[in-house]
Design a protein around this ligand. Structure first.
Ligand SMILES: [Fe+2]
Length: 465
């Protein structure tokens, strides 16, 4: 009997395994009380392959599924839908998986490509966009979660869009980029507060790379050029489309927001990989950038990344870079020993000085099995260096924590931390509403979801939606 990929791949098992249904459930069971001020929808995206993969599966390959938890009048409802782009519709029509994944990229085979839109879901200028970094955004209908189709900004966006655009809290602009293995390796884009694409600028990079995210400040944009090299050349000899080449070091490209490619200054730091910065800001001639930093990234070798020999380096820790824009030096400061990912700040402070940040972390006592598994939510106080941690249990994985302020003018940590958590004992998922000033205390509300929500990537709060 032939082994199926789901028999051997941990990303198709346990709470990484996909769920088969699309549901709408009103008036969810709540332990505690949903704050009346919490009105809007939490959207979360993540991989949920509709069919058995036809080849080797990487966690990044799965079809995007959007989960929406809507709050109104102290009540909550749940909705989930696949992002139905052309690729998955072809698979539904065929009744089986048709597309090969990242680990089997082969441009020689014509490389049929599927826009899974599985990574993030953002709300900007009245549009809900499901994002994956190798393709155009996909517009979703926020109430029904129906797929409205790929969105190219009225024909103006040429090339893919990162899954991590930044919304400037003052200007209402959406800043983003797209990368490619072919020149131009990087393009920077700005959408105005009305959602129209107003600027596209090619940026010179020393090498093509997988650039997952970036950072902005009030006056600058920061690109992180890490030594993971993306090329379809000599793939056999190089071991895949992405190779780890630490001798190149890591370069931080700082561009004035009112400047362009010619104004980018590159600052050197040690080789590392960063999927996600927490935030960045300008301060007295320096640029401060807090990130979840990996010592190395065996991206095409998930088995090697799980090898105890490399596992620690293949995990991230919170870290601060302070770039001296005068002298050009980069001060590198570890912030925490814990393994951490999915760092976030109060969205009202994106690009501005933050005191608090939140991340999913793994308690040192927890056996992760080499998987991206997070047992706790941690709140960092960058001013005092202290942190507060809520532990969900050593078998219950928690996802990216996001902060929602109590009101538009509320203080930086006056509000709630929202997080999805899997409960292994019941094989179900709960949505936690925590008091941001007491995240380890009794939850404000624990919303029981109608079925488990597979571990995924990113979510965001859309107020009033
Ligand atoms: Fe991400």
């Amino acid at each position: 009997m032939t082994m199926r990929e789901s028999d051997v791949n941990p990303f198709l098992q346990g709470n990484f395994a996909p769920i088969p249904s699309e549901d709408d459930v009103e008036d969810l069971q709540v332990i505690g009380e949903i704050p009346r001020e919490l009105v809007g929808t939490y959207f979360r995206n993540g991989p949920n392959p509709a069919f058995e993969p036809p080849g080797r599966y990487h966690w990044f390959d799965g079809d995007g599924m959007i989960h929406g938890i809507r709050f109104r009048d102290g009540k909550a409802s749940y909705h989930n839908r696949w992002v139905r782009n052309r690729g998955i519709e072809e698979e539904f029509a065929a009744g089986r998986g048709l597309f090969k994944g990242l680990l089997e990229l082969d441009p020689g085979e014509g490389m049929a490509f599927k826009n899974t839109a599985n990574t993030n879901i953002v709300w900007h200028a009245g549009k809900l966009l499901a994002l994956m970094e190798a393709a155009l955004p996909t517009r979703m209908e926020p109430r029904t979660l129906a797929t409205l189709g790929e969105w190219d900004f009225d024909g103006r966006l040429i090339g893919p869009m990162t899954a991590h655009p930044k919304m400037d809290p003052e200007t209402g602009e959406m800043l983003f980029f797209g990368y490619s293995p072919f020149p131009p390796y990087l393009q920077y884009h700005v959408a105005g507060p009305d959602g129209s694409l107003v600027r596209s600028e090619p940026i010179d990079l020393e090498w093509p790379t997988m650039m997952h995210d970036f950072a902005i400040t009030k006056d600058h944009v920061v690109f992180m050029l890490c030594p993971i090299v993306f090329s379809f050349e000599n793939m056999k000899a190089r071991g895949g489309a992405f190779t780890w080449e630490p001798d190149r070091g890591t370069k931080l490209g700082v561009m004035p927001r009112n400047g362009g490619n010619a104004d980018v200054r590159w600052f050197d730091t040690d080789p590392c990989y960063v999927f996600h910065p927490m935030n960045a800001y300008d301060a007295d001639g320096t640029l401060v950038l807090d990130v979840a930093r990996y010592g190395r990234l065996d991206f095409m070798l998930p088995e090697a990344a799980r090898d105890p020999k490399y596992r620690d380096q293949n995990s991230a820790h919170m870290h601060r870079w302070t770039i001296d824009l005068g002298s050009g030096g980069v001060r590198s400061t570890p912030l925490d020993d814990a393994t951490a990912e999915f760092p976030r700040v109060d969205e009202r402070l994106v690009g501005r000085r933050h005191r608090f940040g939140y991340a999913a972390v793994r308690d040192a006592s927890v056996d992760d099995g080499g998987l991206p598994f997070w047992s706790s939510v941690r709140k960092y106080d960058m001013e005092t260096g202290r942190s507060e941690t809520r532990f969900f249990g050593d078998v219950n994985g928690v996802g990216e924590p996001i902060f929602v302020p109590r009101s538009a003018g509320a203080a930086e940590d006056d509000g709630w931390v929202l997080a999805l958590c899997y409960d292994k004992a019941s094989n179900g998922s709960d949505f936690f509403v925590l008091d941001a000033r007491n995240i380890a205390g009794e939850p404000v509300a624990r919303v029981r979801l109608p079925h488990r929500v597979p571990y995924g990537f990113h979510g965001n709060w859309a107020a009033g939606v």
